[in-house]
Design a protein around this ligand. Structure first.
Ligand code: SF4
Length: 384
C-alpha cells in the first residue's frame, strides 16, 4: 500500500501528540501545552506585549488573554501596565517560573530526542528546512489576516474635515491618546492624560467612516498625543492606505525606528515633526527633567536625508524661546525643506497655565534669523 502524504493532517497529528505529551508531563505544574509555549516566549523575551505574543505564535487574542490570566493566577507571570499608557501591558516571568524553566526545557528536549530517535542529522536538517518554508508561507498568510483583524489602536477624537492640517489636501484628522512628553504649553492636555471615562473611537469605526468618505477625501492626518507610541499604528495605516488615502503623520520624533519602518514601507506621505526647542533647552521644554534627545536627533537626521516629504515646526512660547534658541534650531536642522514657527495660543486647555505667546515682531525676527539655515521658513497662527 502506498503511503499517503497529507501535510496538514500530519502536522495536526504531531500537534495533538505534542499536546498530550506536554499536558501529561506538565500536569503537576498546573499548566498545559499552550501555556508552556507562551511561558517560554515570555522567558526568552521579557517585557513582550500581549499583542507581540499573539503575533509571534499566530494566536488569537482570546486564547492569549485566557492563557495569560491563568499563568498570572498561578504566579508564573507578572503583567505590568505601561506608565505612559495604562492600556499597554508588558509581560514578565516571576521567580517561580524562572525556577522551573530549566525543568521545562529538559522535558522539551526529552520529547525532541524521543521523536527524532533513529533519524540522522541530514534527515533532521531536511525536516527543519522544509518545515521552516511551510511556516514562513503559513505565517505570511496568517499575518495578512491577522493584521486586518487585530488593530489595537483607539482614537479619542475625529475631525471630519480639515483643509489646514494636511496642506493641499482635504483630510480627516484623527487623534490618538497618550504621550511621552509633558510640554507645559500642550493644548491637548486631555489627550496626554487619558481618563478612564474618555470616549474611545475604535479603529474599525474610524476605518468605516473613512471608507464611507474615501471618494471625497484626499487623506488622513494622524495626530495625538503621540501616534507612534501605538505599536499597532502600522496595521491601522495599512488599512487607511488600502482605501487609497494619503497619510500625514504628526509626531514628536521620539520613535525613529517606528517612523523609519513606516516610511520604508511606503505608508507615510508627509511627516510633521515638532522640534520643541534647541538641544540645550529640550528637556525643560518637554517637561521632562534630564530627557535624552538622541531619539529625536535620529528622527531629524533621517528626515534630512530626504526619504519622505516633511516639515519641522516649533510652537513658540515667550517663557521658553528666545531668538537665539530658534537660530540654534536652524543650525541643527540645517538644509531642511520646510520649517514653521507657530505662535502659542492659550485655549485654556494647556498642561500649564499662564504661558504667553511672543509678539508678532519677535516671531518675524525669529523667522528672519533662521532663514539662512533652511530652504523655506514661515510663520503660522499670526493675524496681521
Ligand atoms: S505638545 Fe505634543 S508632544 Fe507635547 S505633550 Fe502635547 S501631545 Fe505630547
Amino acid at each position: 500500500m502506498s503511503e499517503k502524504k497529507y501535510l496538514s493532517l500530519d502536522s495536526s497529528i504531531l500537534y495533538r501528540c505534542n499536546q498530550k505529551y506536554f499536558d501529561k508531563r506538565l500536569a503537576k505544574y498546573e499548566i498545559g501545552y499552550t501555556q508552556l509555549i507562551l511561558l517560554a516566549q515570555i522567558y526568552e523575551n521579557e517585557g513582550i506585549s500581549m499583542n507581540e505574543l499573539a503575533v509571534s505564535g499566530v494566536f488569537d487574542k482570546g486564547t492569549i488573554t485566557k492563557a495569560i490570566q491563568k499563568l498570572e493566577q498561578l504566579g508564573y507571570v507578572k503583567i505590568v501596565a505601561s506608565e505612559v499608557d495604562k492600556r499597554f501591558k508588558s509581560l514578565y516571568t516571576t521567580e517561580k517560573s524562572q525556577e522551573f524553566m530549566p525543568e521545562l526545557y529538559r522535558i522539551r528536549s526529552e520529547w525532541n530526542a524521543y521523536l527524532s530517535e533513529g533519524l540522522s542529522s541530514e534527515d533532521m536538517d531536511a525536516y527543519y528546512l522544509a518545515m521552516n518554508k511551510f511556516i514562513e508561507k503559513a505565517r505570511e498568510y496568517s499575518k495578512i489576516e491577522f493584521d486586518k483583524e487585530n488593530i489595537d489602536v483607539k482614537f479619542y477624537g475625529l475631525q471630519k474635515l480639515t483643509l489646514l492640517d494636511f496642506p493641499g489636501n482635504m483630510a480627516t484628522t484623527i487623534f490618538t491618546g497618550g504621550c511621552n512628553f509633558r510640554c507645559p504649553f500642550c493644548h491637548n492636555r486631555s489627550l496626554v492624560f487619558l481618563n478612564e471615562n474618555d470616549q474611545e473611537i475604535s479603529s474599525q469605526d474610524v476605518i468605516d467612516y473613512l471608507s464611507s468618505r474615501s471618494k471625497v477625501l484626499d487623506g488622513v492626518c494622524i495626530t495625538g498625543g503621540e501616534p507612534l507610541l501605538h505599536k499597532d499604528i502600522a496595521n491601522f495605516i495599512r488599512r487607511v492606505k488600502d482605501l487609497g488615502l494619503k497619510v500625514k503623520l504628526d509626531t514628536n520624533g521620539t520613535s525613529p525606528e517606528m517612523l523609519i519602518s513606516l516610511v520604508e514601507e511606503g505608508l507615510i506621505d508627509y511627516v510633521a515633526v515638532d522640534i520643541k526647542n534647541c538641544k540645550e533647552k529640550y528637556a525643560l521644554t518637554v517637561g521632562l527633567e534630564n530627557y535624552d534627545i538622541s531619539e529625536v536627533e535620529k528622527t531629524v537626521a533621517y528626515l534630512l536625508e530626504g526619504h519622505v516629504d516633511y516639515e519641522f515646526r516649533t510652537t513658540v512660547v515667550k517663557e521658553f524661546h528666545e531668538v537665539e534658541d530658534i537660530v540654534n534650531i536652524g543650525k541643527w536642522i540645517k538644509g531642511a525643506n520646510a520649517y514653521y514657527l507657530q505662535n502659542f495660543e492659550d485655549h485654556g486647555t494647556c498642561i500649564c497655565q499662564g504661558l504667553q505667546a511672543v509678539s508678532k515682531e519677535t516671531l518675524y525676527e525669529m523667522r528672519d534669523a533662521v532663514r539662512e539655515y533652511v530652504k523655506k521658513v514661515d510663520v503660522r497662527g499670526v493675524r496681521d
